[in-house]
Design a protein around this ligand. Structure first.
Ligand SMILES: *Cc1c(COP(=O)(O)O)cnc(C)c1O
Length: 231
């Protein structure tokens, strides 16, 4: 069986190849290791292999890991799951980034709960295929939410995140990714600090990289399959 260090290395290699193929600059796309449902010891293995960016989906679980790994202070923790407003305080107090802000209420709460010492980096989640099962704003709603977030002192607007529909043909996927890239570039024209497009998972990594993604999120490829009932 491959070790986490080995899988991490091959995931990084696949990403590097996709970046090169897309004629993008070396290291222009970051790899977020999605460690949801995986034990702290797995994160330590990836850390020892040199990895620093980790993504968690569930608030309680994520916070427990962050607290257990406090000595590894150069880890950058990203919250990527849906957020209920009654749990926003835990995210505001523990994470470095959140990828899933999709409404004013959550943005305002996070701002109020975040310490003024270090801003919380924020991505707006976009529901690019308009799926009822998914969180996120429409392309048309980005500007208004961005304006609100940009005015909040304890949040730093950094860009957009999306999870494209799983079952769609190649042409539809390409269109979705292109629309996201355009929306991202438009946002960059309005805000200096916008530099992150979180887009691409195992199945669509190469296409996402070809369409301007700056951060891909991989779980299974690095940590192995998750058991079914905790997803
Ligand atoms: C779980 C998850 C991932 C990683 O998924 P894998 O299939 O394990 O690579 C990426 N992004 C989000 C938002 C996720 O919830």
């Amino acid at each position: 069986m491959e070790t986490i260090a080995e899988r991490l290395k091959s995931a990084q290699n696949s990403l590097n190849m996709a970046v090169e193929k897309a004629h993008r600059a070396t290291n222009s796309v970051q790899l977020l290791a999605v460690s949801k449902t995986k034990p702290v010891s797995d994160i330590v293995q990836a850390y020892e292999a040199g990895h620093r960016l980790f993504g968690e989906n569930y608030v309680q679980e994520g916070v427990e890991k962050i607290q257990a790994l406090q000595e590894l202070s150069d880890i950058e923790w990203h919250f990527i799951g849906p957020l209920q407003s009654n749990k926003s305080k835990l995210v505001a107090e523990n994470f470095d980034w959140i990828h899933s802000v999709d409404r004013a209420k959550i943005a305002n709460k996070l701002n109020g709960q975040r310490s003024a010492h270090k801003k919380l980096n924020v991505l707006i989640q976009v529901n690019i295929n308009d799926e009822t099962s998914k969180a996120g704003v429409s392309i048309e709603q980005i500007a208004e939410l961005a304006e609100l977030i940009a005015a909040l002192p304890n949040l730093q607007l950094r860009g957009l995140m999306t999870i494209p529909k799983a079952q769609q043909d190649e042409a539809q996927l390409q269109l979705s990714l292109k629309q996201m890239h355009q929306a991202f570039m438009k946002l960059q024209q309005c805000y200096d600090r916008v530099d992150t497009l979180s887009m691409g998972m195992s199945a669509d990594m190469a296409q996402a990289v070809a369409n301007g993604s700056t951060m891909v999120r991989l779980g299974t490829a690095i940590f192995g399959a998750r058991t079914k009932n905790n997803n």
